[in-house]
Every structure is written in C-alpha cells, then in structure tokens.
Design a protein around this ligand. Structure first.
Ligand SMILES: [Zn+2]
Length: 356
C-alpha cells in the first residue's frame, strides 16, 4: 500500500510519548511503575536517538473503539474504578487508580495515531512509548499489569479504519500475550507470533495452541526454556517468523516490544542484550520491507530493568533509522534446546498454511 522510502532518503520515526502515561500508578514497589517510562524519556532527551524522530502526541480512544476488543461492561468497569479515586486491585497484580483511565485510553489512542502516521506516510516506523502495557488484557478482564490491549486494538483499527487486509503481530515480550492470542484465535486476518519463556506466567502459549477454525495456523507460539539469548531469539525469527510472514504477506506489522527478555531483568530468566533487541527489530523491519514498505509499529509492553528499557529502546530506534535490509550478520546458532523447539513448531504447523 505504500512504497518503500528511496535509498539515500532519511527514514522518519514517530515516537508516541506523553507525560500523562506517568499518571497510571500501581503503587510503591510495583514493577510496572511510571519510572519505566521516565527512564526512557529522559534518555531520549539527553541523547537524541539515531535517525530522524519526531514526537507524535496520543489522542484518547473512545469507549466504542475500546469495545472493538473488550466487552462494553468491562470498559465501563475500568472507567468507574478509575473515577472512584482510590487505587483498586482488579487482579492480584493489576491496579487501577485515579490517573489510570486517562493513561490507558491514551495508550490505545497513541497506537491508533501511530498507525495513521504509518499508513498516511508521515512516518516509516513508529514506537509507541506508552503504558500501561496491553498484551495480557482479555476481552472481559484486566490481567498482568494490562488494562486494554493496545496492540490488539491497533490491529483492529488498521483493519477497520484503514482497510488493511492482513496484520502481523510479533510479540517478543518475555511473557505470552494471552489476550492478543485470544483476540484473533479464529481470525486469519491477524497472524499472532509469540516467543516467550515457558512454562511461565500466564501459562498459555504452548506450540499446540495454533489457532482454531478459519484461524488455524495463524497463531504461532514459540515457547522457550529460560536462558535463551540473542542467538536463540534471532534463529527463531529467521527460521519461524520470517518464513511465516513471507507466506502471510502482512500489510502492516505491529510488535509487542517487551524488554523483559533482557539479561538482567528482575522478572525474567532470558539473556537477551540491548544489541540483541536491535537485531530482532532489524529482522522484523527487513521482513516488513518485503511486504509493506517496512511499516512497523513497535509498542512497549513489559521490561523492568532500567538499562534494559533504556538501551533496548535505543537499539530498536537505531534499527529503525537503518530500515529494512540491514545486515543480520552470520546465521545464528541457537543451540540444541532452541533448535528442538523450532523443529517442534514447524512440525505442528506442517499441515497449516504458513509453515506447511
Ligand atoms: Zn512481559
């Protein structure tokens, strides 16, 4: 739908950021704290990222738009809980307080604004530096620090408002994006691909969870043992994500970019470095370059180590500045454990369209 930017021209990256995302405060000691974004915003102010970046202000998503992916009763429940003024727990680890409604609807609306900028050609890539995160949020309940499913709503927005036929959601957060998977489990217009530590929270994301009905084969889960680093992730992206995406031919790519696979993340057991996140971003950009003019929207999900967030975001933005076609380096050796998982994924998907 768009043409790739000609060689020699600077690529433009839209950064969705807003101080109101800091207003959602789950309370002292909670890992999903406003400081996560403060660290990123401050780092970007102190040393501007590579390439040409511009700030894209978010707008508020409406309750009707939230209901594209959530029950109206649930949307109303979040609105009421936030309006009550006192922090309230919705599940063992998800809290709604006075600033939560505004932050959550701006996070979704920020993703919408970024989709507009990409489709209309005002940006080549975008990074929604938003919170609360979204990929655990289910149609009817909050979960895992998430209120509304930013990425799922972004995919629905691209489909409904811009008529994009096929949207790829690639989720490299440490955790499985149960909410996103369930949103599109029977829907062949959205390919959901996830790498995640397994077995781990939230418990879903087995290889055998591969979609249902018309959506069969359009959910691709790659559950990984703890300890996987840059090479293992890169190999999964080369051997599973890239061939699936080439069959799927997305018109837009959304990334659930969590930085909790970072080697020092307090919640995770993976060993991905900041450079490793950049290499994954480069791979996604390159496959997007083959199908949709390199249009990729990265959306912040988890990530609980300040250096992992700061340096991970910077590495992704450096990949955005470079654009599709960056040298991925030598074929990564994933080691025997990850190679076994890759083989199993390909075996389970053999009868389906994308990896068959
Ligand atoms: Zn996570």
């Amino acid at each position: 739908m768009t043409t790739p930017i000609p060689a020699g021209q600077t690529r433009r990256t839209a950064l969705v950021r807003d101080e109101r995302f800091l207003g959602h405060d789950p309370g002292p000691g909670h890992p999903e704290s406003p400081d996560r974004l403060r660290v990123i915003y401050r780092a970007l102010d102190e040393a501007p990222p590579a390439g040409e970046c511009f700030v894209l202000p978010p707008r508020e998503a409406s309750p009707d738009q939230l209901a594209w992916n959530h029950s109206p009763e649930y949307v109303e429940r979040i609105a009421r809980a936030a309006a009550a003024g006192l922090p309230r727990s919705l599940d063992p680890d998800t809290v709604v307080g006075p600033g939560s409604w505004e932050a959550a609807v701006l996070a979704v609306g920020g993703v919408f604004a970024a989709v507009d900028a990409l489709v209309e050609g005002r940006a080549d890539t975008a990074f929604a530096l938003v919170r609360p995160p979204g990929h655990h949020a289910e149609a009817g309940h909050a979960m895992g620090f998430c209120l509304f499913n930013n990425v799922a709503l972004g995919a629905r927005y691209a489909r409904k408002v811009h008529g994009i036929d096929r949207v790829l959601v690639a989720d490299w957060d440490l955790h499985h994006g149960n909410g996103t998977q369930h949103s599109f489990y029977e829907d062949p217009s959205v390919l959901y691909f996830s790498t995640h530590q397994f077995p781990y929270y939230p418990g879903s994301g087995r290889v055998e969870e591969a979609g249902h009905g018309e959506g069969e084969g359009f959910t691709v889960n790659v559950p990984l043992p703890p300890g996987v680093g840059d090479a293992g992730y890169a190999a999964v992206f080369d051997r599973v994500l890239a061939p699936a995406a080439d069959r799927f031919r997305p018109g837009l790519v959304l990334v659930s970019a969590g930085f909790d696979p970072f080697i020092r993340d307090p919640l995770g057991g993976m060993r991905v470095t900041a450079r490793g996140f950049g290499a994954l971003a480069a791979r996604v950009l390159t496959l997007a370059g083959r199908h949709c003019g390199g249009r990729v929207l990265f959306c912040l999900e988890g990530g609980y180590d300040p250096a992992g967030l700061r340096d991970g975001v910077r590495a992704v933005l450096a990949a955005c500045a470079e654009g599709p076609g960056a040298d991925p380096g030598p074929a990564p050796d994933p080691g025997p454990e990850v190679a076994r998982v890759i083989d199993r994924v390909i075996e389970v998907h053999r009868g389906f369209q994308l990896l068959g």
